[in-house]
Write a protein that binds this ligand. Structure first.
Ligand code: MG
Length: 296
């Protein structure tokens, strides 16, 4: 049985029918936040409940950082440095090239952030992150604590200014820019223990800030958590049954079927055409016929 479900003829050009979805490693609890370091030939990803960041290479998996402050999403900035969301310390950090850690954001207007979840860097160097409450609702993925702020999306300028740029979502989670950065996609996974709608919103950018959000797509089964864009502008989203490929118009083109619930994904590999997928207890990868926008 193919691991690809082609729902639109356009999707056939994106996949290679005989490419397997390989399980690269397993035995984790809830993996998230994959980020590719092509220059180091490795992938970093979080195993959140076990409070660690792991490093995958072709030789296997080793520990990168433990404790990790229950780190979740990661990305790299324009200089290639690791940017991380930490539930446990309720902050976003940058790991410098010498290994020291710099705090990018941990407060907004004098109040502590909730539990930063996912993060992207724009071409101007600004850092955008989501701050839902999942990491402080229980002691499973961080430390139970009080919610001092609503669940916003923030932008951190190069000068360190933190600005709430989306303030009307229930629980913003995964983030992605379109290739030309004219559209920002944000997944809303809804508040825990609620019946909030779960969907992806698209925000047309106006003078460098998100305008009014519009419904882009509702993933099913499951919901959208982490997302990435390919070089053609398609949005690849996590879902309950794998990874869904959505056109820039929000149409479902096809699926990569994965046997566990997917949390997040990133492009990597020699030609940035290998999709790494974090899914519940395992790390998977599949080679596609498209390149991701992810740097470097
Ligand atoms: Mg997430």
């Amino acid at each position: 049985m193919s691991v690809f479900e082609v729902l639109d003829p356009r999707f056939a050009a994106y996949v290679m029918g005989n490419a397997p979805v390989k399980r690269l490693a397993t035995g984790f609890d809830w993996v998230e936040g994959p980020v590719w370091f092509g220059d180091a030939g490795c992938l970093l990803f979080s195993d959140i409940p076990n409070n660690r960041i792991l490093r995958w290479t072709e030789e296997g998996v080793t520990s990168y950082r433990q404790p990790s402050n229950y780190a979740n999403g990661h990305t790299r900035d324009r200089e290639g440095r690791l940017i991380s969301c930490e539930h446990g310390a309720r902050r976003v950090t940058r790991t410098e090239l010498d290994g020291s850690v710099t705090v990018i954001a941990d407060h907004y207007r004098g109040k502590r952030l909730n539990s930063p979840n996912d993060v992207i860097v724009a071409s101007d160097g600004a850092i955008w992150f989501s701050d839902p409450h999942y990491g402080i609702m229980t002691d499973y993925e961080g430390f139970r604590g009080d919610e001092e702020l609503p669940c916003h999306v923030y932008r951190v300028d190069l000068d360190g200014t933190v600005e709430a740029v989306i303030t009307d979502m229930a629980c913003p989670n995964g983030l992605a820019f379109s290739p030309d950065e004219t559209v920002l996609y944000v997944a809303d996974t809804g508040r825990m223990f609620s019946a909030d709608p779960q969907h992806i919103l698209a925000f047309d950018m106006v003078s460098g800030r998100p305008g009014v959000g519009r419904l882009f797509h509702r993933i099913g089964p499951g919901c959208a958590d982490g997302m990435r864009v390919d070089s053609d502008g398609n949005l690849w989203s996590s879902a309950g049954d794998g990874v869904h490929c959505l056109s820039a118009e929000g149409e479902l083109l096809g699926k990569v079927l994965v046997p566990e619930v997917v949390s997040n994904l990133c492009f990597g590999g020699r030609a940035k055409h290998r999709l790494f997928i974090t899914a519940t207890t395992s790390l998977y990868a599949v080679v596609l016929n498209r390149r991701g926008m992810q740097r470097p």
